[in-house]
Design a binder for this molecule. Structure first.
Ligand SMILES: [Zn+2]
Length: 378
């Protein structure tokens, strides 16, 4: 026996043929695919056994600081092997060049665990950042207009119940504004339509109960508040209606880019997917409607809608500078009267659950500048 091998590790061999433990000695032999095992019985005729790395069920080292009291190797058809001298076993394993599995490394070395967790987090983050929007865009193409309209009907009914009030605008004024809105909608160039073949019928609705505001619902319904109309009326003659048309053009941009649907799909990929899978349309609609009323602000969507408004207003031969003035006027009004208590009969807004044209559009100065310049977006 060569000196390199030295004495073997004492072990107890349960060979599967008899119930008793047989004294044995064990050597680990380095091999390219992991150490093999050489076993020699110390009783009887000194029977030997050679097993390749893959033929042995190697124990995992659960903790680097608290080694197990004994090691058990699974030898398959040849039974099992028990080693009581754990430190000697671990030293032999290390000498033989055994590479611990990833699971083992995760259990014994926290930096490896941390690294794996980090990779998982980065992967999830990347999916959230790029995968979800991409998936949402693909799914949005498949959402039928009728689905959007039913969802929006529910969302508006809920807003009417809890927040909005009937408009107090004179019927003649409503007719006048609606005529301008319809004319503008009729001037939308097909090239401005982001989704080919998606041409929802636009409908303008008036409501009170909310500060100066406008918002779009998927499927073509756009809501304008009385306060917004009144705020526009303070602009110089003629500019007010142009400003309102600009705001409405911006909301048409949200509709044609299907931003609301995209956000519902994006935020509710799981719920919507489950709803579709289970075929429960009412759950699907109500969860969609609740998501819709709690929409998060998305800066990219606002920029797209501003660009759409600039393009559409140019087509209609109208400027967007009055819209910038309207924006500035609303901001100045809010700065002067920050709380709902400051002015007389305004109902308190419900933070976090309103589709507020203004508060969901930060960066007012930058937007106003872009609208005032009226330059088409690249
Ligand atoms: Zn917007």
């Amino acid at each position: 026996m060569s000196a390199a091998h030295g004495p073997g590790l004492p072990a107890r061999w349960f060979d599967g043929r008899s119930a008793r433990a047989r004294p044995a000695e064990l050597r680990l032999l380095p091999a390219p695919d992991g150490p093999g095992l050489h076993l020699r019985a110390l009783d009887g005729a000194g029977e030997t056994l050679r097993l390749a790395h893959r033929q042995v069920g190697w124990p995992e080292r659960w903790s680097a600081t608290r080694p197990p009291s004994r090691v058990l190797l699974d030898l398959g058809a040849h039974g099992s092997l028990q080693i009581d001298d754990v430190p000697a076993w671990q030293a032999a394993v290390a000498r033989a060049g055994h590479r611990p599995s990833l699971a083992e490394r995760m259990q014994t070395r926290w930096p490896v665990l941390l690294g794996v967790l980090l990779l998982v987090a980065v992967g999830l983050g990347a999916f959230h950042r790029w995968g979800t929007p991409w998936l949402a865009a693909q799914l949005t193409r498949q959402v039928p207009l009728g689905w959007e309209q039913r969802l929006s009907g529910q969302a508006l009914a809920r807003l009417d119940e809890r927040l909005l009030k009937p408009s107090r605008l004179a019927p003649a004024r409503q007719v006048e504004l609606r005529a301008g809105f319809d004319r503008l909608a009729g001037q939308i160039d097909p090239r401005l339509r982001r989704y080919r073949g998606y041409a929802p019928p636009f409908e303008l609705q008036f409501r009170a109960g909310m500060p100066a505001n406008a918002f779009a619902l998927p499927g073509g319904t756009i809501v304008l508040t009385d306060d917004m109309v009144e705020q526009a009326a303070r602009l110089p003659a003629g500019a007010g209606d142009t400003a309102l048309l600009g705001v409405l053009a911006h909301e048409m941009g949200h509709v044609l880019h299907r931003h609301g649907t995209r956000m519902v799909v994006e935020q509710g990929v799981l719920q919507v997917g489950l709803g579709l899978a289970l075929g429960d349309v009412s759950t699907l609609l109500s969860s969609g409607a609740s998501l819709l009323t709690g929409l998060a602000y998305q800066r990219g969507h606002e920029r797209e809608s501003d660009c759409f408004a600039i393009a559409l207003m140019r087509q209609a031969g109208l400027g967007t500078a009055p819209m910038a003035d309207l924006l500035g006027g609303i901001e100045a009004g809010r700065a002067a009267a920050p709380g709902p208590a400051a002015s007389a009969p305004k109902p308190a807004a419900q933070p976090g659950r309103r589709a507020d044209w203004f508060s969901t559009h930060p960066d007012t100065a930058g937007r106003a500048e872009r609208l005032r310049a009226g330059q088409p977006c690249a």
